[in-house]
Write a protein that binds this ligand. Structure first.
Ligand code: TXA
Ligand code: MG
Length: 356
């Protein structure tokens, strides 16, 4: 399946072309407000298999199904808890994925053999137009090669998917930059399996009982059963070794300046805007300090940039671990293979964190 992959503008003609390809069981790269997705007909097992092939994704890691209206939900799921109805009313369309018991209609290929299905309604107008033009829900994981940072531009998708898919719809830079919040929902509680743009405190405005799964901030041993298969895999990993330095700006600068190996060319600091001059090695910013949204927007692009620069070792500034910062920290932790050095006690990584 060697394709000549092209990036096209999101005009009506190309959206209809994308829908025609998707209806014919092909895979298309599409923009969403979180990250770019690798979309295929959620009901077509052969199309779904092509997603796994293009990504090199483990077969047991389930996909998120994208809908453009609530009318598409009943066909996908067996039941909808009241809590989920309230959350959908408040946060859809938007970066919230909810897990439901799946209907017979959803093939096991889509859900990685689980009896549940993850569903979200994206807010990106182009994603919605494509789903609408298809008339069926689209399964779409992030459009990166399995293990690479998620793509936040059409060019990132091309870098990973060149020759593997026929078409990428260009929607510009993704607004949020990290993937959706994934939650499981029951009548009286919500459990966050992956933090994202919809934060814990936003969820708490709607549901009193919001828990954060242990896998969000902790490495899960291979033999432990996880609530969300994605937790097990090493994600978002740049080629460089990443070490998170958790502490103040000054402590970060002191550590980097005292610990940089002699081959400084290969060692980079990943820090916040305006901090570049504090360190004696090359540095790259991934967003504004104290601004989780800006850091979420910049993180994956920075990790990709470090690959382009052939970085071998990266010292990363630690984000704040609340609000959208929790999502940034969760992704950076995985990029670092959970390697965190605590520089001063006041900023120690919190254990068993339950609150934002
Ligand atoms: O923002 C997003 O969610 C992006 C855009 C494209 O919509 N998509 C995305 O998909 O991030 P993906 O496949 O890269 O991540 C899906 C995550 C994985 O961690 C997977 O394990 C989890 O959702 N997931 C999917 N279905 C699940 C299920 N039935 N039960 C538990 N976790 C599930
Ligand atoms: Mg992904």
């Amino acid at each position: 399946m060697a394709f000549h992959t092209i990036i096209v503008p999101p005009d009506t003609e190309q959206i209809n072309h994308a829908a025609a390809l998707l209806s014919a069981g092909e895979v298309v790269g599409i923009p969403t407000e979180t990250v770019y997705g690798l979309a295929a007909d959620a009901y077509n097992p052969d199309a779904i298999k092509k997603i796994f092939l293009a990504k090199g994704r483990p077969q047991d890691n389930p996909l998120i199904v994208h809908i453009d209206s609530l009318d598409m939900l009943p066909e996908l799921v067996l039941s909808i808890p009241d809590t989920a109805k309230r959350l959908a009313e408040k946060f859809w369309p938007g970066p919230l994925t909810m897990i439901f018991p799946k209907s017979e209609r959803v093939p096991m290929e889509t859900t990685g053999n689980l009896n549940t299905v993850a569903v979200r309604m994206p807010s990106h107008p182009i994603a919605r137009q494509i789903i609408h033009a298809c008339g069926f829900p689209l399964a779409a994981p992030s459009a990166n090669l399995s293990g690479s940072p998620s793509p936040t531009t059409a060019e990132h998708v091309l870098n990973d998917m060149n020759g593997r898919i026929p078409l990428i719809i260009n929607g510009g830079e993704c607004e949020i930059g990290v993937e959706s919040t994934v939650i499981s929902v029951s009548e009286d509680r919500v459990r966050v399996l992956r933090p994202g743009g919809i934060t814990v405190s936003m969820l708490r405005t709607c549901v009193e009982n919001v828990e954060i799964d242990n896998g969000v901030l902790h490495m899960i041993a291979n033999d432990v059963k996880v609530s969300s298969p994605g937790m097990k895999y090493k994600h978002y990993a740049p080629k460089a070794k990443v070490i998170i330095l958790d502490g103040s700006r000054q402590a970060f600068a002191d550590y980097v300046n005292n610990h940089s190996p002699s081959n400084v060319q290969d060692t980079y600091a990943l820090l916040f805007d305006g901090e570049e001059n504090l360190v004696s090695i090359p540095a790259l910013s991934y967003g504004a300090v104290h601004d989780g949204l800006s850091q979420a927007h910049g993180l994956f692009a920075s990790l990709r940039k470090l690959d382009e620069l052939n970085a071998k070792l990266v010292y990363a500034r630690c984000p704040e671990k609340d609000g959208v910062g929790l999502a940034v920290y969760n992704r950076l932790l995985r990029a670092a293979g959970f390697d965190v050095i605590t520089l001063d006690k006041t900023n120690a990584p919190s254990e068993n964190k339950k609150e934002e």
